[in-house]
Design a binder for this molecule. Structure first.
Ligand SMILES: *Cc1c(COP(=O)(O)O)cnc(C)c1O
Length: 389
């Protein structure tokens, strides 16, 4: 094969995701996995039954329509009106994707030219860096710093150059739990309009905001024609294996994203699309109970981590808690997470892997709380036996 490396230069350094490494470590050591954010309880029974029914009735067993089944596109549009007051045409302004992951990939591959700059908050969700790289674009991080993790909007403004094409937002933000305020969103929207930037916004945790509400940036003045909003059924309905996500945007943007999407998966998850259409129509009580349940789990884990000696940054949204391990006499999150499973049988994720500015993330470690109460209690009991190094 000669001396030429097999992996192309665009993907150089992206390696295996940390989740694969840490989940393998969890299995090998029999540890409690508070690393990867997937619930250990499936979503609503009636939604599962809806999937079984669709499968039995032969709905979606063959290639569904490219943009997604009409029932789901209508349900997504209705959901956006019901929760966010956004009016969308289900035929031209909604696109169903293979999870938010494909929506992110297709959006970036469709909208970016090689060399374009993309500003994103770091720590980044791990697929962002990879997709920006696959598009041949350049990521420009705006570093969110402990303890507040609030974005410095003057710094954001200063990062915009003539090459900046797109702002890649994520609120509620994984892993910090930051939820952008209406004032922050307004400032970001004004900047996007002033500098004529596109905005791609990952809102998969839209239903997991613990204080106040999620505000979509697409609703702000001047944003409709420049914003691609992304969400997914995985986190909201606790079916992360189904991989049903969606894009909502103005028709020209949806057409662009669909052009890339049709050559990635073309279509996916036929019968699950019908089930997610039903899920999106669940009564308000489902969404309220889901949020209250996760808020309780957040408090349970936050209290336990504090008692165990971690410095806890209370998340306003998502199902992750970021901690600082410095009070435990530890300095390096990556080393800490590699030994944590053998030291006490718990797996966590080092935030440093989500930063370009490794120093900003070095002592930070993320735990998920989307697990059963007794699992969280056992994890906390194990962590409390950690003695300062
Ligand atoms: C989980 C997650 C995704 C991926 O969503 P899927 O629908 O499973 O593809 C995207 N963005 C963020 C921030 C996430 O946490």
């Amino acid at each position: 094969m000669g001396a030429r490396p097999l992996l192309n230069r665009r993907l150089d350094g992206l390696g295996t995701t940390i989740f694969a490494e840490m989940s393998a470590l969890a299995t090998a050591t029999g540890s409690i996995n508070l690393g990867q954010g997937f619930p250990d309880t499936d979503g609503p029974e009636e939604v599962r039954e809806a999937a079984v029914r669709a499968l039995r009735e032969g709905r979606g067993n063959q290639y569904p329509p490219g943009p997604g089944v009409p029932e789901l596109r209508t349900a997504i549009a209705d959901h956006q009106r019901r929760f966010h007051g956004l009016d969308l045409d289900p035929d031209t302004e909604v696109l169903v994707t293979a999870g938010a992951t494909e929506a992110i990939a297709a959006s970036l591959l469709a909208l970016l030219e090689p060399g374009d700059e993309v500003i994103a908050f770091e720590p980044f969700y791990d697929s962002y860096a990879a997709c920006v790289a696959m598009a041949g674009a350049v990521r420009v991080p705006l570093t969110l710093r402990a303890p507040s993790f609030r974005p410095d909007l003057d710094e954001l403004r200063a990062l915009v150059t003539p090459r900046t094409r797109l702002l890649l937002l994520n609120s509620p933000h994984n892993p910090t739990g930051l939820v952008l305020t209406p004032d922050e969103l307004t400032a970001i929207a004004e900047l996007a309009v002033e500098r004529d930037l596109l905005v791609v916004t990952d809102e998969v945790y839209e239903h997991l905001v613990f204080n106040g509400a999620h505000h979509p940036i697409a609703a702000l003045p001047g944003m409709r024609e420049r914003t691609v909003s992304i969400s997914s059924a995985g986190k909201t309905f606790s079916f992360t294996g189904w991989k049903v996500g969606w894009v909502t945007a103005a028709p020209e943007l949806v057409t662009a994203v669909r052009t890339a999407k049709q050559y990635l998966t073309y279509v996916s998850a036929g019968p699950f699309q019908y089930a997610v259409a039903e899920a999106l129509r669940l009564p308000d009580s489902y969404f309220e109970t889901f949020r209250a349940d996760l808020r309780h789990k957040r408090d349970l884990l936050a209290e336990g981590l504090t008692a165990a000696g971690f410095r806890v940054f209370h998340p306003e949204g998502t199902y992750f808690i970021t901690t600082d391990i410095t009070p435990l006499g530890e300095k390096d999150g990556i080393a800490f997470c590699r030994t944590l499973p053998t030291r006490c049988g718990v797996v966590a994720i080092p935030n440093a892997v989500f930063y370009d500015d490794i120093e900003a993330g070095r002592p930070l470690v993320r735990f998920t709380f989307c697990k059963k109460d007794d699992v969280l209690e056992e994890a906390v009991a194990r962590l409390s036996r950690l003695s300062p190094a």
